[in-house]
Structures are given as C-alpha cells and as structure tokens.
Ligand binder design. Structure first.
Ligand code: DNO
Length: 347
C-alpha cells in the first residue's frame, strides 16, 4: 500500500512541508479546484500542483476528485461534451504520472452531515449525522451544514426538480454510459477510476443513490468489467450502512483487484441511521478497523490509502474532517496496522 494525505492545494492551511514529515507518507491526494465542474483543467494548473509536490518530495499519483458534471448524471444531451472533457482531463493527468482518480456519482450532494462540530467529552469535535434531524429539513428551503455556499436556492431547487424524474435505474444507466465513455482514456492514460460510495449510503430528499452496497458494486463491475473500473473503499461511508459487512467486502474486492484507493476512518453508531465520526482506532467506534486492514492485506491489496476524516483536536479549527493533527495520528495508527497485518501474513 501507499500511504497518502488529502491536500486541498495552495489554499489549504496545511503546508506540504508538514505533510511530508508524517511517517511513511508517499504523496498527496489533491485536485485542481478553481476550474468549474465539467471543464478541462489547464495543463499549467496540473503542472503547478505536480511541481509543488515534487519540491516537497511527495508523489501526486491520486486525484480526488475529478467531479462529474450533473448533466452526465442526469443523462442530458450535453453529457457527451462533458464526457469528452472528462476523458481529456484523464489524459492530461496521465501525462504527469497520475494513476488513480477518485470520483463519485451522487446527485447534488456528495456527503451530508447534520452537525460539523459535535463536541465530545474530551473537548475534541467531529462531524455527525442524525437521520431524524435531516428528515425534518424542508427540501424547498434547504440549508445544510457545509453546503450553503455551494448552491443558490434557485440552483438547488432546479437540480432537485430535474432529479425528480430520474429513477435509480436511469442513474445507473447514466453511470454505465459515462464509464464506457471514459474507459478508452483510462487505458491510454493508465489510470484506474475509483468510485466513492454514497455518503451516507441511502437516498435523501428524493435523490437516488446507487453505490451504497455490495450488490450495487457487483452490478457496476458486471456492467463495466474493464480492470480500470475500480472503487474507493471508504469505510466510513459504507460502514454507516449496517447492512454492509466491511471485512467481507474488503476481502472480496481486494481479491478481485478492484480496490485502487482506501479511505479509512472510524464511526460510532448512535442509532439505526445515526453516527458520529471518531478517532481512527478500532476501540474508538463501531467498525473493526484492524479486521478491515487485515482483510485488505491478506487479499493482496496494493492500492493507495489515506486516513480519512479526523476530529479537531489540540485547539485546531480545521476544515471539517480535514485538520492536520488527528489525520496524522490516524496515518500513524494505520501504518502500524498495515505493518502488523503484513508481518502476520508472512509468519
Ligand atoms: C468528503 C469526501 C468526499 C469525496 C468525494 C469523492 O470528505 O469523502 O467529498 O472526496 O465524494 O468524489
């Protein structure tokens, strides 16, 4: 495995010079953020990111995300132009040595929480999700933690109305159409696509979600068996659905060579559909993090890993889920688990 760290480019408050000091850090996971979704990323912007990584002795082999334009998800006639742009981005990223691209196919919102700063007894805070609270929101006047700057009310209402006519089947067909459209560019650029699961793994506000469970992944791989069609194994997102058996899924998809990227974080179940994010240790929450790592290692996983969402600790007031300290602690812990699992395998 290669340990990586998400970095939000030059506007990130965490410098690359700090990231490189985290033990075993091979590189960063980043993106070009200033280009509107669906457009082609200028080569200069990609080269600038690469140069900054090089200067800091860090690789740039994973991009998270090249976002998918809503017209592609909606299956609108304009999708072909956006798919061509997407393929061009993949070719440009391949030119600078990118090997894996994380993306998602969730309509409108690619994550949802009801509180970004749930305070824990130890004074740390983290993101959490309470399903009942979310259901109380009025879809006609949506205000969601972390999302209010991303869409105007008009844009949001327009998108919700457009998706009202899109069934799960149609969304799935649109995903398959998209994947078939970009696979030739993936082959050319030697890039693995890594679809991120739905976060959390169920529908909301009438928006369909189609990558929430093992059955969903199986259906996608069956429809597009190309080896460049892979997944981001996100423990927190998949784990929020109690119907997902994470150790079994980690084993199955690692064995099939489908896991190109793993986001590893811990959550604590608070109710059937409620959870709070916690520190990364198995003992800090409800998921068997060590069991998942063992399943990955035993089944030949060789992809990228990043410590996902941490808490805010030591007075840090980081971007929700993306502070320095707790993610660095998470990386240290995960390094230990991988070392142990690998030793266990060879003794
Ligand atoms: C949130 C992230 C997501 C993720 C995208 C991938 O913290 O896990 O925003 O980057 O869903 O496309």
């Amino acid at each position: 495995m290669k340990m990586t760290f998400r970095w939000y480019g030059e506007s990130d408050s965490i410098p690359l010079s700090y990231i490189r000091q985290i033990p075993n850090m091979s590189g960063v996971v980043t993106a070009v953020y200033r280009v509107p979704v669906g457009e082609v990323w200028p080569r200069e912007d990609i080269a600038r990111l690469k140069e900054l990584c090089d200067q800091n002795g860090l690789e740039m082999e994973v991009i998270e995300s090249v976002p998918v334009h809503e017209d592609i998800k909606l299956g609108r006639p304009t999708r072909d132009r956006y798919i061509a742009n997407y393929a061009e981005n993949l070719r440009r990223l391949g030119e600078v040595g990118v090997k894996c691209v994380c993306y998602n196919f969730m309509p409108v919102f690619d994550w949802l929480r009801t509180n970004l700063k749930l305070e824990a007894p130890d004074g740390s805070n983290s993101l959490c999700y309470c399903h009942e609270e979310l259901m109380k929101l009025d879809p006609k006047h949506l205000s969601l933690p972390g999302w209010d700057e991303s869409y105007t009310q008009d844009e949001l209402q327009g998108l919700l109305a457009a998706y009202a006519n899109v069934s799960h089947e149609q969304l799935f067909d649109n995903l398959v159409y998209f994947l078939k459209g970009i696979m030739p560019a993936c082959q050319e650029a030697k890039i693995d696509m890594a679809i991120h699961p739905d976060d959390p793994p169920w529908d909301m506000f009438g928006l369909p979600r189609i990558i929430s469970s093992e059955a969903d992944y199986d259906r996608m791989f069956a429809a597009v068996p190309d080896p460049h069609n892979g997944m981001t194994f996100c423990t927190g997102s998949l784990g929020a659905g109690r119907f997902n058996d994470l150790t079994a899924m980690a084993a199955k998809y690692a064995k099939a060579g489908r896991i190109s990227f793993a986001h590893i974080r811990q959550i604590r179940y608070e109710g059937e559909k409620d959870f709070a994010e916690s520190g990364h240790l198995t003992s800090s929450g409800s998921l068997d993090i060590y069991g998942i790592v063992q399943a990955l290692v035993k089944n030949g996983f060789v992809g990228y890993v990043r410590p996902d969402h941490g808490r805010n600790i030591w007075g840090e007031d980081g971007k929700p889920g993306y502070g320095l300290y707790d993610r660095a602690l998470g990386a240290a812990y995960l390094n230990g688990l991988f070392e142990a699992a690998e030793k266990e395998l060879h003794t």
